[in-house]
Design a protein around this ligand. Sequence first.
Ligand SMILES: [Zn+2]
Length: 413
Amino acid sequence: MEFETWWLVLIPLIFSLGWMAARLEKRSDASVRGQLPASYFKGVNFLLSEQPDKAIDAFLEVAAIDTHTVELHFALANLFRKKGEIDRAIRVHQFLTTREQITPADREKATYELGVDFLRAGILDRAEQAFTSLSGSNMKAEASRQLLELYELEKAWDKAIAQAHKLREYGADVPAGDIAHFYCELAAQFIDAGDLLKAKAELQNALLTDAQNVRASLLLGDIYFTQHQFDEAIGQWRAAERQNPWYLPLVGPNMWAAFKKLERDEEGIAALLEYCTMYPSIDLLLVLAQAVEETKGPFAAFELLREQVRARPSLLGLDKLLEHQLRGKLDDDRMQDLRLTRELISKHTQRLGRYRCQSCGFQAKKFYWQCPGCANWDSIVPRRAEELDFYPVSAKKAAPVVTNSPAKIQANI
Ligand SMILES: [Zn+2]
């Protein structure tokens, strides 16, 4: 272990606390007076000679005979934790929780800090035990906040929901949007288990908690779709527009599939066209192009793409346009050149086609409701990185963007 500056901060603290403790000892117990400074110096010596475990032993020895050094031990344990030496922090905090002389408030604090140590070390059951034991204490709100984080990590969504409500009772702020996502996560678990009835009930809870939670409407639509209730599915997905239309790219493919099942292709294309016009997105455009190709043929789809890429230029759009142009063409020299151009653009667009968190900048190929980087909910909006660079949007509710009139696009379909 290197000699680091933080020990220089610690040592004067040790001396001052030692001095105070020794003064108190002088007044109370003459027999202890001689031992106290010796243990401090021993501890400091071990720290300076880079033997932290022996230093801990020396300081614990001091604590065993003195009730005024608790703060010293909290400081020592926190410094170990900051250095990433969690096992040493655990040792010191554990020692404090077992001391008989400690005040109830300090024991609660030591238990809480021990829970944080276990959480950092990934020993989740022990962390849960420590925080749960504080439920009736003055630290119940802080412990409850940690439990919520722990249950999110464990994906124990029913427990997370209970904890979030408890935190709100304690007066803490837990966003309704976060709680609605917990219900959606729970519903997704029920969907995976095939229990669609329970899943629907949890999604209703999500909407009761936060009427703007677009994910609940999306999942409800998916459930209706799997149950072949296509009209109901479309109704749920259409609700997403009222809640937050920036998320419409997530419903595009399924919505088109539902319209096709109902054999209402024209209506489906009109809906996608309206969304593409009001809330432009490369993903929505590709679904629309697919729908147009399936109903009106590849030439109409190509014309649509070309018009849209001209109106809202992007490399992602150009890549798709070239893909259409190359489709089914013979490999003459001119096509070879075009193919090479497309390959170069495709390499570039792989990076541009990622989703990006608006809180921490985390990027991923897959869409996440909760950012894996910063654990924020709804901080990733389903827009590709290139779109966000050129046409910024916020994860908050969108205002319609009118770039092309539906009539103008219609003319090219
Ligand atoms: Zn993030």
